[in-house]
Ligand binder design. Structure first.
Ligand code: NAI
Length: 256
């Protein structure tokens, strides 16, 4: 049996992944604000530390996988707290437990939004690990009406963090692949209010064109996360894999 810690298991993609892993016999340690083995708030440092400690406790200090799914998409600094600092703290805090396993794997959930315009200062502060500065800058962005950039900024920073970190002695050197699955639009609680509004549906279709099959179900993302954090993935690392019905190819064109 593999033991995998997954954040965001109370809903959407995290829940679908937990279901898939449990169905194949893995032990899942879910982390969420509610309805999870470990209840913790990944928006704040104390909550992140408590989550790491509780997962280490439950797993006996050895983990085969860690997947950071928890996220929010508000136009507020909370988006940076959870999506970037929450995910990074979880992965860094649990990395030693991964290093003790035989075939450890790690992944985060990115987003096609990470390819959209960002607040470069917020991204830079995230990558410096300066949460205080990142949140101040995010607050300023909200005040000047640029809160819409915070979600793309949080996901772009997460993608840059993993591409940088994946190839270091701590991750690649310890035999731990670290990747992102970056969805286009997925039907979950996060997007439910958008799908309920025809005007927003048109905005989404324009911003994230998905010529292959349209918006995905959470199971599609869960399947990719399962594979990329499974033992069969021996050589993919440092990648942001777009699971987006072709949106990234449409938006960025054929150049690599
Ligand atoms: P969801 O809203 O269904 O699930 C998110 C989960 O994260 C919830 O259970 C929530 O309680 C948990 N969470 C939020 N803040 C937390 C905190 N402070 N501490 C602990 N847990 C917290 O959303 P969904 O769609 O399943 O999102 C999962 C990931 O997928 C997120 O990182 C999101 O940014 C990403 N994503 C979603 C897309 C979509 O269209 N739904 C598209 C691209 C990326």
């Amino acid at each position: 049996t593999r033991t995998i810690a997954v954040s965001g298991t109370a809903s959407g993609i995290g829940r679908a992944l937990a279901d898939l892993l449990r169905a194949q016999g893995d032990e899942v340690i879910g982390i969420d604000l509610r309805d999870a083995e470990v209840r913790a708030d990944l928006a704040v440092p104390e909550g992140r530390a408590a989550a790491v400690e509780a997962v280490l406790d439950r797993s006996g200090g050895v983990l085969d996988g860690v997947v950071a799914c928890a996220g929010v998409s508000t136009f507020t600094p909370a988006t940076v707290r959870v999506n970037y600092f929450g995910a990074v703290a979880l992965l860094e805090g649990l990395r030693p437990a991964l290093a003790r396993a035989e075939r450890p794997r790690a992944a985060v959930v990115g987003s096609i939004s990470g390819t959209q315009p960002v607040d470069a200062e917020v991204v830079a502060a995230c990558l410096r690990g300066d949460e205080r500065a990142a949140l101040d800058l995010a607050g300023e962005a909200v005040e000047r009406g640029a809160g819409v950039r915070l979600y793309p900024s949080s996901k772009a920073a997460l993608a840059q963090w993993l591409r940088r970190g994946a190839v270091t002695p701590e991750w690649a050197g310890a035999g731990i692949p670290l990747n992102a699955i970056a969805p286009g639009v997925v039907r979950t609680a996060m997007t439910e209010p958008l799908f309920a509004d025809p005007a927003m549906v048109r905005v989404m279709e324009e911003a994230v064109p998905m010529p292959l099959h349209g918006p995905a179900g959470p199971e599609a993302v869960a399947e990719a996360l399962r594979w990329i954090t499974g033992p069969a993935n021996t050589h993919i690392t440092g990648q942001v894999v777009y699971l987006d019905g072709g949106a990234e190819a449409v938006l960025r064109g054929p150049g690599l």
